[in-house]
Write a protein that binds this ligand. Structure first.
Ligand SMILES: [Zn+2]
Length: 230
């Protein structure tokens, strides 16, 4: 970090509170519904991208945007209880959950910068968020091709790419992040003492989060993403 010439970087990072970074309240979040709540600058950039895509008859529709800590906690804890009930150990339960879901407090959706999107002009499959719909003859191929070409010019980057060497979360061709805001937020987030945060927030099973587990989760699930977002 010391090689960075920018004198303002650290003060910029400090502008994000612990609450903002873990989804417990953010004055920059606007919108009312599950699919419209997002960071105000993300919303402006998304509106521009939607307008541009519409010219090509692609109707970008947000399936998921800002998600609060509380909501992620509900998702996580219901999975936790169900795997424990099936007889899994706490360690196996946690590892199974994080194949597809984040630990509450660590979701990029907490920042309001990340969105899951589909093309509502396409014929809709039953479960929309599946990678196969974005490839081959899938209904979202046209959206995928358009995003590959243009999304970055609007500031939106795919997070969980199909790079076969990438670890952490599975490939998600629907999940995009507004880099101008999410990059400094990620830098601030990784400065938090994650283990302490998760214990303070009494996440179910957090007594099983060892230092090794936390380090692996940080390196693989939080940081092994599209390098353009680091
Ligand atoms: Zn997502």
């Amino acid at each position: 970090m010391s090689v960075l010439p920018s004198f303002s970087l650290s003060s910029f990072q400090n502008n994000y509170t612990r609450s903002q970074l873990i989804g417990m309240g953010n004055p920059d979040i606007i919108g009312e519904s599950y699919t419209s709540k997002m960071h105000k600058e993300t919303a402006i950039a998304l509106a521009k991208m939607k307008t541009a895509a519409a010219i090509e008859s692609i109707q970008i529709e947000v399936v998921s945007a800002y998600r609060s800590f509380q909501r992620q906690k509900e998702i996580y804890e219901s999975k936790y209880r169900s795997f424990i009930d099936q007889g899994l150990s706490p360690e196996d339960t946690i590892n199974k959950i994080i194949e597809f879901s984040t630990i509450p407090g660590t979701s990029r959706h907490h920042w309001g910068t990340d969105i899951d999107i589909i093309d509502s002009n396409a014929p809709q499959p039953e479960n929309v968020l599946q990678a196969k719909h974005f490839h081959g003859k899938g209904p979202y191929c046209k959206l995928k091709e358009w995003l590959d070409e243009y999304s970055e010019s609007f500031g939106f980057y795919e997070v969980y790419t199909d790079d076969p060497h990438r670890k952490g979360f599975e490939y998600e061709p629907w999940h995009f992040s507004f880099a101008p805001v999410s990059k400094p937020m990620l830098k601030a987030f990784i400065e938090l003492d994650l283990k302490t945060v998760l214990q303070e927030e009494k996440i179910m099973g957090s007594e099983h989060f060892t230092d090794d587990f936390i380090n692996k989760y940080l390196q693989e699930n939080i940081l092994d993403i599209n390098p353009d977002l680091l």
